[in-house]
Design a protein. Sequence first.
Length: 185
Amino acid sequence: MSSGNAVPGYISVVVFEWLLVLYVRVGVHKRGLRLRDLIGGRWATPKAVMKDIALGAGLWALWMGLMNAHVLGGGTNTAQGLLPRGILESLVWIPVALSAGFCEEVAFRGYLQKQFQAITGSAGWAVLFQAIVFGIGHLYEGVGPVGRITLFGVLFGLLALWRKSLRPGMIAHAWSDIFGVIIFR
C-alpha cells in the first residue's frame, strides 16, 4: 500500500466511530441522560484536568512498559497493512486515533460497561465483559493481539470505574493509538 491509499479507509473508520457515539447518545438520551453524564461530567478545575492527564499518562506508561517488556507477548504483522505510511497517512491517522480514544471509550467503558453492570449486578463482571467485546472487536488485528487488547480493555475499564470518568482513559487511549502507531511501531 503506497502513501495515501489508506486515507479513505481511515476516513470511513472515523465516520463509523462517530456513528457509534451517535447511537450511544440516542440510547442514553432515552434514559434522560446526556453524553456528558456518561463521560463523567465536565472538568471542574484546572487541577482536575491535570489529574486526568496524569492518570491517562500513567496508564499509557504502564501499557507501554508491559508491551516493551513483552509481558503481553510479541507483536504481530497482521495489521501492518493498516498502519500509516508516509506523512499524509500519518497526519490523517491522528484524527483516527483521537476518534478511537473518545468514541471507543464512550461505547465500551461508558455505555457497554454500564449495561453489563445493570445486567449482572457486578462491576467486576461488567469490566470483564466489556473488555472481551472490545478485544473481539479487534480480531482484524489477528488472534494473538485480541488477548492483549482485552487486557487493555480491563485496565481502561478499571480506571473508568475507579475514577467515575472516561476522560483519563480517553487520553491514554488516544496517546496509545497516536504514539504507539506513529512513533513506536
